[in-house]
Design a protein around this ligand. Structure first.
Ligand SMILES: NC(=O)c1ccc[n+]([C@@H]2O[C@H](COP(=O)([O-])OP(=O)(O)OC[C@H]3O[C@@H](n4cnc5c(N)ncnc54)[C@H](O)[C@@H]3O)[C@@H](O)[C@H]2O)c1
Ligand SMILES: [Zn+2]
Ligand SMILES: [Zn+2]
Length: 393
């Protein structure tokens, strides 16, 4: 089959790789019909490169049609339409039963000291072949795939794999009080969806910061107050002006470590490009990469006693965090990979009843799998209006 594979920094290609097969009796094989490119994929082709291996199949936002099922699979059958969550979770362990699927005890990567495996991710998360491919092997066929109805386009459901539960969790973790103000940092797919969900859940005062014109325009069109800057002082000033000097009740960081404005980012970026992977891998596991610009903005922009909800992914092991300031401001901090299945029962009915979140025209680009390298480059460089790209294998 054809699949998007990792070859090095900013280098993904479409290669022919072996077709996936049923390996365990509860596996299913899904023929992928749509597959998103995510901001997290940008970390893999840059900062997290030391943890990738040439030939790794990328992608963790797939949906498609079940083609094959193992002998013990009863929950789905060939022909069923399914979305595949990005976390690989068993659905039955203690963590899964707590709604903490990204900490699944069956797939936790204990040797690496990391949480549940993820599709199309680094060796820290199991190095499981991903879904930017024609076919995908999905374990836990009785509990992991999300069955979705026929009759509506893929775009209605595909974001259940990641964007929707991630943004939903971010908004829930932010816990904006009634009548309160929410600030979302970053208007990529995740930040944009956070603003939509916030409005849907009745949060009136939603602010968002970014500098990419088409991203700001999308958010403004749906009633978000946009801050056309990612400079910390600017953003903090504008949010304080809007909140009697207090700051936002809640801040969502939907940026993570690709933030622009991190003083050491370009040095770290250059270091990951020239230092051999084996060395950089150790460096990142024991040191930091200090690309915390957005997180530092969140700390200054949140009011005293407010909440920061971190959905952006950070990569260094010991990045410096201003703990004294956080303690003094009494900041509440919640974070983590989204627990996809935790939120599916809340989100799915919203998708089948109508389209209040605007998912039908959320994607800016639909491209054939073969054009993935160009699509990655456009998304990374924010060229050609690329906000969300769906590959069509
Ligand atoms: N927690 C999870 O489960 C989960 C799931 C999916 C994605 N993510 C993470 O969420 C983040 C966003 O993903 P995405 O797909 O929207 O990515 P993206 O790269 O398209 O979006 C990031 C946006 O942030 C903006 N930005 C950069 N620096 C900024 C700053 N200092 N202040 C404000 N905005 C800034 C960029 O212009 C860009 O529009 C990534 O870190 C990704 O890894 C987390
Ligand atoms: Zn994703
Ligand atoms: Zn589990």
């Amino acid at each position: 089959m054809r699949a998007v594979t990792w070859h090095g920094r900013a280098d993904v290609r479409v290669d022919t790789v072996p077709d996936p097969t049923i390996q365990d009796p509860t596996d299913v094989v899904v023929e992928v019909t749509s597959s998103g490119i995510c901001g997290s994929d940008l970390h893999l082709i840059e900062v997290m490169a030391p943890f990738m291996t040439v030939g790794d199949v990328m992608g963790h936002e797939p949906m498609g049609v079940v083609r094959e099922v193992g002998p013990e699979v009863t929950a789905v059958k060939p022909g069923d339409r399914v979305v595949v969550p990005f976390n690989i979770s068993c659905g039955t362990c203690w963590m899964c039963s707590q709604g903490l699927q990204s900490q699944c005890e069956t797939t936790q990567n204990r040797e690496q000291g990391f949480g549940a495996s993820l599709f199309g991710y680094t060796k820290l998360y199991g190095q499981v072949p991903g879904g930017q491919a024609e076919y995908l092997r999905v374990p836990f066929g009785n509990t992991l795939p999300i069955k979705v109805p026929d009759g509506l386009p893929d775009d209605r459901f595909v974001y259940l794999s990641d964007v929707l539960p991630t943004a939903w969790q971010a908004v829930q973790y932010a816990a904006t009080p009634p009548g309160g103000t929410l600030l979302v940092l970053g208007l990529g797919p995740i930040g944009d969806m956070c603003t939509r969900i916030a409005h849907h859940l009745g949060i009136e005062d939603v602010y968002a910061s970014d500098v990419v014109p088409e991203r700001l325009a999308r958010a403004a069109a749906r009633g978000t107050h946009v801050i056309r800057s990612t400079d910390k002082d600017d953003v903090v000033q504008q949010i304080q002006d809007a909140t009697a000097g207090r700051g936002a009740d809640a801040v969502i960081d939907a940026v993570g470590m690709e933030a622009h404005g991190s003083p050491l980012a370009s040095i770290a970026q250059k270091a990951t490009a020239v230092v051999p992977d084996a060395v950089m891998e150790k460096v990142m596991q024991v040191v930091g990469v200090d690309r915390l610009a957005a997180f530092n903005t969140a700390i200054d922009a949140v009011r005293r006693g407010g909440t920061i909800s971190l959905s952006g992914v950070y990569g260094g092991a010991t990045d410096p965090v201003p703990l004294m300031r956080m303690f003094d401001k009494q900041i509440q901090l919640r974070m983590g990979q989204a627990n996809v299945w935790r939120w599916v029962p809340d989100i799915l009915p919203i998708l089948t009843e109508g389209d209040p979140l605007g998912v039908d025209d959320f994607a800016t680009h639909h491209v054939p799998l073969e054009q993935a390298p160009q699509a990655y480059a456009d998304f990374r460089e924010k060229r050609d209006g690329a906000v969300k790209v769906l590959l069509r294998p």
